[in-house]
Design a protein around this ligand. Structure first.
Ligand code: TTP
Ligand code: MN
Ligand code: MN
Ligand code: MN
Length: 371
């Protein structure tokens, strides 16, 4: 055996898609601080700053040891001077004064509260804050605020959907959908994706991909499901978005949350088998169900691998997959396709493994994508 020189450390890639990031975060004290700094910059609409903090957090999440001194961060990517000084402060005081200041800030607290409502983004939250509103009650009492359908549902089911969804809940939803799609066709396939596929114990929603072996047959699937849920009396909210998928179109080079497959954002009534206090005005009635956020997407079977890779996340992992494809391979990747700009051709893939292969990347398992 030849001993490695004492100074040699494994190099850490600047791309999350070249790192294995499990849920076992050894640097939570640092990454929690960076997440707060990122979110506060998101509220300030400073996208660059926000991304810098998210990238730093993501790098630290991938480490298999806890940072002990500044020597430990030597050679690590994405940790500039500003980030270093935060880490240094945490070494010394176990906390960062800027983070403490943000957490105490009334505006930050209020925007965080408002954006915790389904359908409310930073822009709307900011608008309400500027009107002088500080609580959810105050928003609901304000006469000249018009809530859209999504926000209305967000407020109505706030108690339930602001709490996290457990793995058991996710499995119950999976069973429910499986039973329901069997009425559509016996060969409809259902796959859990999103955070639960990455092995998370809790999530803010449950994400599924549905598809049929016969291409085109998946198109009517979601509307069929929505209709069934309605008839079963378990559809509390539904936002269905039709397919805008165009096979000729080049993959969009930027990471966007939206893709072009038919999809729906739902709130379903899930039977829990235990009694819970009622929702809103019916506080006194007990109920044996709770509201759960469910996202469904139905790509055609030949796009399944791209959709699965795109919906599994994490968001940071997806961003870096696309950035890596573009910068290192001259390829465009999104939830629908992979395009090679050198060959001027689309590259087909049936599995996630094949996509990693085409990108020249080692395969990263879903539970290693918690970047
Ligand atoms: P989320 O469900 O928002 O996040 P998550 O499952 O990782 O975490 P949580 O436990 O909080 O639910 O999104 C999952 C992935 O889906 C994410 O990588 C982005 C992707 N996505 C799209 O690709 N297109 C879309 O239209 C939406 C809404 C999400
Ligand atoms: Mn999710
Ligand atoms: Mn989330
Ligand atoms: Mn989701």
């Amino acid at each position: 055996k030849t001993a490695l020189p004492a100074t040699s450390k494994p190099t850490v890639s600047q791309y999350a898609c070249q790192r294995r990031t499990t849920l076992d975060n050894q640097n939570k004290i640092f990454t929690d601080a960076f997440e707060v700094l990122a979110e506060s910059n998101e509220f300030l609409d400073s996208r660059g700053q926000c991304l810098a903090f998210r990238r730093a957090a993501s790098v630290l999440k991938s480490l298999q040891f806890t940072l002990r001194s500044l020597d430990d961060i030597e050679g690590l990517p994405c940790l500039g001077e500003q980030i270093k000084s935060v880490i240094e402060e945490i070494f010394e005081f176990r906390t960062c004064s800027k983070v403490e200041e943000i957490l105490r800030d009334e505006k930050y607290q209020t925007l965080k509260l408002f954006t915790s409502v389904f359908g409310v983004g930073p822009k709307t939250a900011e608008k309400w804050y500027r009107k002088g509103l500080r609580t959810l009650k105050a928003v609901l009492a304000e006469p000249d605020i018009h809530l859209n359908k999504m926000q209305e549902a967000g407020f109505l089911y706030y108690e339930d959907i602001s709490k996290s969804v457990s793995k058991a809940d996710a499995q119950a939803v999976e069973t429910l959908i499986k039973d329901t799609i069997s009425y559509y066709s016996s060969d409809t396939k259902l796959f859990l994706t999103g955070g639960f596929r990455r092995g998370k114990e809790h999530g803010h929603d449950v994400d599924f991909i549905l598809t049929t072996p016969e291409i085109g047959k998946e198109q009517a699937l979601l509307l069929f499901l929505i209709d069934k849920f309605k008839n079963l009396g378990i559809l509390l909210y539904s936002d269905f978005q039709e397919s805008t998928f165009d096979i000729q179109k080049l993959p969009s080079c930027k990471f966007e949350a939206m893709d072009h497959f038919p999809k729906c954002f739902l709130i379903l009534k899930l039977k829990t088998g235990e009694q819970t206090a009622g929702v809103q005005q019916n506080q006194n009635d007990s109920r044996d169900w709770k509201a759960i956020r469910v996202d469904l997407v139905a790509p055609p079977a030949d796009r399944y691998a791209f959709a699965m890779l795109g919906w599994t996340g994490s968001t940071q992992f997806e961003r870096d997959l696309r950035r890596y494809a573009r910068k290192e391979r001259r390829m465009l990747l999104d939830n629908h396709a992979l395009y090679d700009k050198t060959k001027h051709a689309f590259l087909e893939a049936q599995t996630e493994e094949e996509i990693f292969d085409l990108l020249g990347l080692e395969y990263i398992e879903p539970w290693q994508r918690n970047a």
